[in-house]
Design a protein around this ligand. Structure first.
Ligand code: HEC
Ligand code: HEC
Ligand code: HEC
Ligand code: HEC
Length: 126
């Protein structure tokens, strides 16, 4: 009888583990692959962004980019806070937020001898 609570805990963990996995795998919450990033009224071609490249191959943590989300499974779009033109609550406009996030890391990688797109038309691909 004294083992029982333990068994219950194990069942709970198994159940919760599955719940979590299936939750993560559900098509609804998985970002598109790649996401085609394009701001409203954009003049240049959209920029493809791949979570597979960055998260699985690059091992970059969610919070590096989703920097205001503790639980990145349902992150807010960058544009929720980074508006098209104005600075809101200290959040720079969207174009600057994207350029700073994407380009800073890519430049650091190129400086270390890795390949990552840094030219305009490597990201804004026709
Ligand atoms: C590392 C990837 C990357 C590189 C390199 C890059 N951009 Fe962007 N840029 C983005 C992303 C992401 C956005 C936001 C989504 C969009 O609208 O394209 C953006 C948005 C823009 C926008 C506003 C939207 C539009 O199309 O009018 C302009 C203008 C722009 N970039 C110009 C440039 C220029 C000029 C260069 C080269 C000097 C450049 N970018 C290099 C990723 C990049
Ligand atoms: C290198 C940067 C980067 C990393 C690392 C990253 N993401 Fe993202 N993620 C983005 C960008 C950019 C978008 C597009 C956001 C937008 O549309 O404003 C996005 C979008 C998403 C979306 C879709 C949001 C929507 O409403 O369409 C989900 C879900 C998501 N990311 C989850 C994750 C999770 C979970 C991780 C970690 C395992 C992660 N991301 C790691 C940059 C990143
Ligand atoms: C909940 C609101 C919110 C969301 C969502 C958000 N940001 Fe931010 N971001 C901010 C605020 C506010 C700042 C100002 C500094 C701070 O408070 O961290 C900022 C700062 C930044 C900076 C530094 C800018 C600079 O010039 O120093 C970058 C880069 C950035 N965000 C990129 C992103 C990207 C890319 C995404 C989406 C993957 C994103 N942010 C999502 C609110 C947000
Ligand atoms: C913290 C570092 C980091 C950030 C932030 C980052 N990248 Fe990257 N990115 C990389 C590295 C490293 C590679 C090279 C990966 C490889 O080829 O294995 C890469 C490759 C790419 C590629 C070419 C490979 C592919 O998947 O098509 C594109 C396009 C790209 N990044 C777009 C973006 C955009 C757009 C953003 C901003 C929303 C961004 N990246 C933010 C590190 C980063």
């Amino acid at each position: 009888m004294r083992r029982k609570p333990c068994v219950v805990v194990v069942y709970f963990l198994i159940f919760f583990g599955f719940f979590h996995l299936s939750n993560f795998a559900s098509a609804q919450k998985k970002p598109a692959e790649p996401i085609m990033l394009t701001l409203e009224g954009a003049k240049l071609p959209p920029v493809p962004f791949s979570h597979t490249t960055h998260v699985e191959k690059g091992k970059i943590e969610c919070v590096t980019c989703h920097h205001k989300d503790k639980d990145a499974k349902e992150p807010q779009a960058c544009g929720t806070c980074h508006l098209l033109k104005e600075v809101k609550d200290n959040a720079v406009p969207a174009k600057d937020a994207f350029h700073k996030n994407c380009q800073t890391c890519h430049k650091e990688n190129v400086a270390k001898g890795n390949a990552a797109p840094v030219k305009c038309n490597e990201c804004h691909k026709k």
